[in-house]
Structure formats: C-alpha cells, structure tokens
Design a protein around this ligand. Sequence first.
Ligand code: T4K
Length: 402
Amino acid sequence: MINKPFGDLAIFDGTPIFTNKLHVGCPNIGNRERLLYRINDILDRRWLTNNGIYVQEFEQRIADFIGVKHCIATCNATVALEIAIRAAGLKGEVIVPSFTFIATAHALQWQEITPVFCDIDPQTHNIDPNKIFQSITPHTTGILGVHLWGRPCNVEVLSEIAHTYNLKLIFDAAHAFGCSHQGRMIGSFGDAEVFSFHATKFLNTFEGGAIVTNNDELAAKIRLMTNFGFAGIDNVIYIGTNGKMHETSAAMGLTGLESLEEFVAINYRNYQQYKQELQSIAGLRLINYDKTEKCNYQYIVLEIDENDFGISRNYLVEILQAENVIARRYFYPGCHNMEPYRSYFPYNKLLLPETEKLVNRVLCLPTGTALKPEDISKICQIIKLVAANSCELSKVKFYSHI
Ligand code: T4K
C-alpha cells in the first residue's frame, strides 16, 4: 500500500515511493547454478568464441524452437540486421516503419541504403501495408517490417506486395522471440528474420541476436558474412564483419531457454494484473495481445489520451520517474525525427501522421521476472492517484513554468 497521501507524490516532497528504481527492461535471469556451471565449463575448455559448442547448441535449439532450417547467432541484433540486409542484396531504398528502435533504420543507413519511412496502422502499431504502395519507386529493393511489441506484422499482405514488386522481405523480430502468427512461430516468415537477445529482452544472452531463415543459400552467405566472409582458413569470399556470438552469451541464452515458460508465465501474470488494475481509468489503454497466439508479453504498453486522462504522456512519465518507476517513451520521437533522418527528410513529419500521433501517446511500464505483484499494485496506484488529481497536477505544472 502507498502510505503517502496525494500531496506527497515525489514531485511535491522529493521522496520517491520506491526506494529502488524499477526499470523497464530489467533482465530476466535463469538458473544461476546452471549458468555458472556452463561458464566454468567454457573456461575449462578454453574455447571462448568462434563457433564453439555452446553457440552451436544455442543455434540448434533456437532453430528447433522456431521450426526453421537455419539459425545464425550474432553479437547483437543491430549487426544481425546489417548482415541480413547485405546478404539479401538490399540496396537503394528499403521501406521501413519509423515507429521502431533507431537500430532498424540505422542498419540500413549504415550501408548507405535509404530508409523510406512508412506510416503505421494505429491499431497494431505496425507498418501499414496499405501505405506501402505510395513509397515504392524504381529504387526500392525491399521491405523491412518490425513485429513491434512482439505483435506480428500483416505478414500475408506484406509477402504479397513483396512478391508482386519483386522485393525482398526481412523482419526485425527483435521483440518477437516466442511469439506466433496464425500458429506459426515468428522467425519463419519472409526471406529472413532477426531476433534480439539484448539484456532487456525477454530472452537474453547479455548482448546477442540471431538471424533465422529457411533459405539455404541465404543462410550460408549470412554465416560466412558473420565471420568476416571466411569460407575456410585463409579463404575469404565475401565482404564480412565480426558478428559472432561468444560462448558465455550462448551459455546465458541456453540457461534462459530452460526457464522460458516461467518467464512467459510471469510476464503474462504481470500483464493481466496491469490490465485489471488500470482498466477503469479514462484515457488509458493497455495494448492487447492475441490470446489465440503464443506471446512473450515482454512489453506493457500504455496509450494515453491526454484529453480524457487529464495530463500528458510526458508529464505522467515525469511523475512516474520521480517515484523511481523508470517508465519509457518507446519509441519517441520516431526515427524520422532523429538524425540523420530529420535533416535528410524534413517533410517526413507530414507523411507519417499516425506515427506522429502515436509517438506522443505511448508509454512502457516495467515488467519481467524482477517485478513483484505488490510493485505493480503500487505503480497502478500512482497512476490512479495521478488520474484522480489530474486537474490539480496540471495546475502545479502550469504554475511551475511561470
Ligand atoms: N530492433 C528493435 C525493434 C529493437 O527494439 C532493438 C533493440 C533492436 C532492433 C536492436 O537490438 P540490439 O542490437 O540491441 O540487440 C534498449 C536496448 O539496448 C535495445 O536492445 C532495445 N531494442 C531497446 C528497446 O531498449 P535503450 O536505449 O532504451 O537502453 P537503456 O540503456 O536505456 O536501457 C533500457 C532499460 O533497461 C533501462 O530502463 C535500464 C534497463 N536495463 C538495461 C540494461 C542493459 C536494466 O535494468 N539492466 C540492464 O542490464 O535501448
């Protein structure tokens, strides 16, 4: 229970309700003994990276779990995206949403491929297939969809467009490990898909990622490119990079995989609790996940309607952070409003009305295995207090600025 009355919110008295910070993205950690056992084994073997046995096992387990032919583990998802993009032969222009983490756009621009930002569907937060046609030019070589929050893109329509216009289709599935679409695991769509296993992700390898595909030729190319282009000792046949995952990352991933069901169960419990406790607040909407599909529930995403809620999303984030609830405004302000894209394409704001609206409405709340049900109750109580006193809070905000 919060034993501080409304007037004692930290914005007034400076004492946060939580003594420790509750972060969005706080890592899930599996069984420590199993992890340390594996790390000791790695040290005993003195094989630390470069396609060691733990990486091989991790790749096999991911491929089996998803039901794809090939998995190439990488050092992170950003490099994985760069490699997948290059291996698939993308160049010129690639159509991509702006409402995503900046890495999606940078993975293209890093290779001097122009990200052509496409607006999103406000219901799904994913790229709107109906708006793709207007962005296709003779220079377009591909579509890079993002399964944001683990909710699948409209894979069927995107595949149809890609087929009709002879475009490659790659998915940034950084959020979507363990999620399915029409009963099929995400990871098996398009030409290739990319997962992130960053510390903040549902399954983590400290830092890490993976490219998954059913295309034998593409997989072989990706594997070589991930290791400098080496096709054997002293024989380089492509431009490549160092995108390899190392053994301790794979050990963390294998250990996490053993607790995957527990991670999902806790995320789902957290999601249900937030949903129940926040349901009656006007102007707040927790995004839905399709119950008929597999889902990792790793993001608790709120949409705030300032008119009905009474204060802005930004002010709510400020209040929550003052209480040590480190809520995040993912993915504000949208890639098109960040450099170099803002300078390159100053008119994008006009072309992306739904993205422009959403970047000012969305807020992510903490979840994951580190969070206790009583923490969620307190977070929800803060939000309820704010909602009930939005008028007074707005005045405080107003007077603090004059
Ligand atoms: N595509 C999409 C759609 C993505 O969302 C991402 C990454 C990528 C591609 C690229 O994947 P990677 O190359 O990273 O594998 C964080 C993550 O660094 C990033 O991986 C993630 N998306 C993004 C959504 O979140 P920041 O800039 O928010 O990081 P930071 O340092 O502010 O940390 C996020 C929160 O997590 C904070 O509240 C602190 C907490 N945290 C973080 C770490 C590292 C912890 O509690 N413990 C930790 O160890 O990007």
